[in-house]
Ligand binder design. Structure first.
Ligand SMILES: [Zn+2]
Length: 176
């Protein structure tokens, strides 16, 4: 019995080290606000974003799991940044992780995202920012499905959804 507990303990440690392990993705120590194409004052962001979007995207907040608009959203289309409209993820790279936030195993273009080392809450994580406006989107973890084994864990409030043309042309398919 003691051996079983010990093995379980080792297994738990390996999971913890996996999720906290720094990724191969090059992460900057801190983002440089002046390096983003879209740069606004805090007052300007407050006018554009809802209070929840402002809290998440500009103050690095996190929405409660299973509460956002897209964690269980299955329509075909593109997910873009809620702050600047940059296209970030597609519905065909979204997967059901059941973690309560929209999860993607890939992104549209690496250049559209910026990765920053995040040591808050006593954890080492990799934060994901919009590469165009610097808005906080979520975090990336190494527990996703193949072929990337990555999980981009993104706040719904940081995203806006653009339905695919196919759905716009055939709205009757979505009526039921
Ligand atoms: Zn953006």
């Amino acid at each position: 019995m003691r051996i079983v507990v010990y093995i379980y303990f080792l297994f738990s440690l390996s999971i913890l080290s996996c999720s906290a392990h720094n990724l191969d993705i090059p992460a900057m120590e801190s983002e440089k606000a002046d390096s983003f194409k879209v740069s606004k004052t805090e007052e300007e962001w407050k006018k554009i974003l809802t209070p929840e979007q402002y809290y998440i995207m500009r103050q690095k907040g996190t929405e409660r799991p299973f509460t956002g608009a897209f964690w269980n959203h299955k329509e075909k289309g593109i997910y873009a940044c809620a702050g600047c409209g940059q296209k970030l993820f597609r519905s065909d790279i979204k997967f059901e992780s059941m973690c309560g936030w929209p999860s993607f195993f890939d992104r549209i273009d690496t250049a559209n995202l910026v990765f920053v080392k995040d040591t808050s809450y006593g954890m080492i994580r990799t934060e994901v920012l919009c590469g165009n406006c610097g808005g906080h989107l979520g975090h990336i973890f190494r527990d996703g499905p193949p072929p990337t084994w990555l999980r981009y864990c993104i706040n719904s409030a940081a995203l806006q959804f653009i339905p695919s043309d196919e759905q716009k042309l055939n709205p009757s398919q979505n009526s039921k």
